[in-house]
Design a protein around this ligand. Structure first.
Ligand code: IPM
Ligand code: MG
Length: 370
């Protein structure tokens, strides 16, 4: 298979982790006889410094011609503490989502058993958790009208949804639910917000086409509580942009660490794959960031954009095997991890590649036996 992949490292640890994700993709291509052509684009703070624009036109043009995108992270502390800056790294990400029509953000929260102890939640509550979030990604307060009035003393961000925006992501979530436990929890705030009442009405309407899937509704505040109280009670969660942003960070604790979570953003055109963690400037340049979320994003890319199921599973199994060997980056280490098992970013990438290599060798060996 011949494919064009754009790597968007972005800011902070984005550069360090996508380097490992890319290496894994290259290794998979070599082992399975595919040809992946990589190109790099600018986005975020890095792009602002070089071009004055958080998502330069050249980057957008490159993305539109690609078959899939592996993205790192955007953000810089300089902007977090100065809300008056007009050009901001996050604008690059939001514009990219909107321009590419990436309205469905899939965030699988799956706990690797080896990491049960790494979470701040009790292992007996976590064990067996497996949730797939569908976060709407191109609507809501993120893209509604925003502004200031009364000499800057009043600010607003309009929470707005149109029926078709809810319908299209609801269909994706119901279709996914059919391949899982046939249960969806739709999360909103319909007791207060009109946009949530439209959300609930539309999801109920769509659900009629999926009589085999059980639908329940929860308010965002209750869902936030239940997620920690009983994560196993969730399977597919369908929610809006802002609620999904918050709930999925919370849910990352179910998987042990933000450093483990991959996401896929899909919609009308090319798919985008990224860790759910941010640019983490506190650890940037130290070489200690966990690359597994980027590597698992690469696995999602292989599966969802290219339909390469075996290759994708090979990557996921290699990550699992690495964890089984007791190897950890610092964020997923616990008190019992000995210092020789704590790896830096590229060592972790190497280990995953070594595990992929073992699978490859096994396949060759089995072939010879026959
Ligand atoms: C995410 C991030 C982004 C978001 C930021 C960086 C704009 O938190 O992808 O979850 O809020 O969507
Ligand atoms: Mg977020």
């Amino acid at each position: 298979m011949k494919k064009k992949i754009v790597i968007l490292p972005g800011d902070g640890i984005g550069k360090e982790v996508t380097a490992e994700g890319k290496r894994v993709l290259q290794y998979i291509a070599d082992s399975f006889g595919h040809e992946f052509e990589f190109e790099e684009g600018l986005i975020g703070h890095d792009a602002i410094e070089k071009t004055g624009n958080a998502l330069p036109d050249e980057t957008l043009a490159l993305l539109k011609k690609s078959d899939a995108i592996l993205f790192g992270a955007v953000g810089h502390p300089k902007y977090d503490n100065d809300p008056t800056l007009k050009v901001r790294p996050e604008q690059g990400l939001l514009k990219m989502r909107k321009e590419l029509g990436l309205y469905a953000n899939l965030r699988p929260i799956k706990l690797f058993d080896e990491l049960l102890e790494a979470s701040s939640i009790k292992p007996e509550i976590l064990k067996g958790s497996d949730i797939l979030f569908f976060r709407e990604l191109t609507g809501d307060v993120y893209f509604g009208e925003k502004g200031r009035k009364d000499d800057g003393n009043t600010a607003y961000d309009l929470m707005i949804y149109q029926r078709y925006e809810i319908e299209r992501i609801a269909h994706k979530a119901f279709q996914a639910a059919r391949t899982r436990k046939k249960k969806i929890t739709s999360v909103d705030k319909a007791n207060v917000l009109e946009s949530s009442r439209l959300w609930r009405e539309t999801v109920n309407e769509v659900s009629k086409q999926y009589p085999d899937v059980t639908l329940e509704h929860q308010f965002i505040d209750a869902a936030a509580m239940k997620l920690i109280q009983n994560p196993r009670s969730f399977d597919v969660v369908l929610t809006g942009n802002l609620f999904g942003d918050i709930l999925t960070d919370e849910a990352s604790q179910i998987a042990g660490s933000m450093g483990m979570l991959a996401s896929a953003s899909v919609g009308d055109t090319v798919g985008l794959y990224e860790p759910i963690h941010g640019s983490a400037h506190d650890i940037t340049g130290k070489g200690i960031a966990n690359p597994l979320a980027s590597i698992l994003s690469a696995a999602l890319l292989l599966d969802i954009s290219f339909g390469l199921k075996e290759e994708s599973e090979t990557v996921i199994n290699a990550v699992e095997a690495t964890l089984k060997n007791g190897l950890r980056t610092i964020d997923i280490a616990d008190a019992k991890t000995s210092s020789d098992k704590i790896l830096n970013t590229s060592q972790m990438g190497n280990q995953v590649i070594l595990e992929i290599e073992k699978v490859g060798n096994r396949q060759v060996a089995v072939g010879r036996d026959l």
